[in-house]
Design a protein around this ligand. Sequence first.
Ligand code: RWZ
Length: 365
Amino acid sequence: EHPDEIWPTLQAYWAAQQTKKLPKQPDLAFCYGTLPKVSRSFAIVIQQLPEGLRDAFCVFYLVLRALDTVEDDMSIPIDKKVPLLHAFHNLSQQRGWTTKAGVAEYADLMAGYPAVIQVYLQLDQQYCKVIDDVCRRMGAGMADFITDDVITVDDYDLYCHYVAGLVGVGSSQLFAASGLESEQYAAADELSNHMGLFLQKTNIIRDYLEDIMEEPAPRMFWPREIWGKYVSSLDDLRHPQNEAAALHCLNHMICDALRHAPHSLEYMVGLRNYQIFRFCAIPQVMAIATLALCYNNPAVFRGKVKMRRGQTAKYMMETDSMQTLLEAFMDFGTMLCKKAKSHRIAMAKDPTRETVVERLGVLQQ
Ligand code: RWZ
């Protein structure tokens, strides 16, 4: 069956999601109206969460997206940004507070931020505590990395822990607090961190070109400990004369991201709620699919590599059990393996090729 045949079905599904009647309460309506504007894919998986968790995740997402908007806004001087990042978790609990940051839909989120605060203040106390805690730790971590560059793989893991691993940790705590998942998830920090890192690293790899083209000064997250083995500046990766080195470097980055995949599967095996399972599994499937697409692919250095929409649709709809999740990981694992084993001559010199094959073997057992 051709994956593109599923596209109309998903398009209808998306349309239905977007026009889904917004809540009557204006603050809640702002939150649910803004969500699909700042993230189409998370809007869908958040909308399908159980009722008792939906509002909490909607606020959780918007608060962290707002924090991210402040971190990303290069027009805010460092001496204002650092204290703002530290204070963000407190400011997010003060009725009516807002600050100007970001552009387009992100600027709109900031302008309407008092609505997010209102909904936050009405959440269950347990949920507020989790959101406050993650926001405080993430803000402090972001503030550290404004002045410290990502040099080593440990730095890279730490930065990703702040911006994504903590999202995993907080999500697990929300699952446990809802009573819909085992109490063990409240303390599953390590596995939860891997879930976030797998997604974040995939985005960092895929977005190389977009990030490096940023004006005036790009912020880069590829660690020198990796790219330094292949080129003398991160910028060299996008120049066609360095293609062989650039591909080896890209494959090394993907090899590093694949470390997290077995842990992510281990995390998901323990989930028992169908909607929570889908909320977790769909982004993980998209991540491994994206890594398979990017592996040894020079297009990463030329433009935005995107999955075919029909394929996205297929995996979004089909990922509904551990069985289909494992099948998807197998499909993309096999695809990656084939790529690593092919082109015998060119790939022979790829330093991480064997490790990639080894790490995929674990997924295929
Ligand atoms: C998924 C509940 C937008 C919150 C953080 C996300 C912004 C860095 C961006 C909170 C998957 C891409 C969204 C890795 C988590 N900070 N990275 C919920 C949010 C990957 C999601 C996005 C991170 C994040």
